[in-house]
Design a protein around this ligand. Sequence first.
Ligand SMILES: [Zn+2]
Length: 312
Amino acid sequence: MPIKLPFRPRGRNLPPDLWTKCPACAEMLYNKQLEKNLRVCTRCGHHFRLRVDARLAQLLDHETFEERDAGLESLDPLGFVDQKPYPERLTAARQATGIREAAMWGLGTLGGHRVAICVMDFAFMGGSMGSVVGEKVARAAETALAERLPLIIVSSSGGARMQEGTLALMQLAKTCAALGRLGEAGVPYISVMTDPTTGGVFASYAALGDVNLAEPKALIGFAGARVSAGTIAETLPEGFQSAEFLFQHGFVDRVVPRAALRDALVGLLAYLRPRPVPRPATAGNGSAGNGRLPGPLAALLDPLAGQEARRG
Ligand SMILES: [Zn+2]
């Protein structure tokens, strides 16, 4: 039987969604201010999870994103039912989040560099990777390879989507194979791990970047802390699945606060150019295809060319 309160709950007349309490420092944060600060706590720097649209808006040059494969949707090949059927879960997730799947990919420019980018959204079924997420990652990698564009993947995931069983696990191999081909062709891939990057996503594409970046205090790991400790029957150090711990042990190349992430990516993109194709350029991939460096730069990098230049 419900208990009748003799008073009205505090804050009952406040408009909803006006304030958010920081889970790290308990500060009450004004939502508009929080959005302006890229959803980072203004008091303690706690990084809240970012939705896919906000992430793309933060990283890419203004209105340059062209989404690809927007219509891909999961089927229910196993007829999977737990507390409710999988198709019902998908419908509920679509309605709650306004997106169709846990990843979105497309082409855009970042600091003037054209890139292929795939961003995961934890709000959609915990960012779980089923066939569609795997397919989007693979297609992003294949397009990056065909068009010789650097690839950026921003991960946020609890792991493989159990409702798709083995088909979800198959995505690990598929995405890794696509990234393998990209690596062989000398096209750079930058992985950005955000909170959380775990399970099958960590065990496949998130960990394979030529450069692996992570957001501060992001949870990064394969299994949960207790399972990991239990499996190897050892006590594991405090915070062994944090971005900072993995950085200290060489697994993550840099921990980058969100406010600095765009600049960090622009800086990396300036260094990490796709290897030029050895044969003559075909229409569409522009000057990157001719394999020749501009004169003064070639002289700087190639000592023989430099000598020739000095002799001349
Ligand atoms: Zn805080």
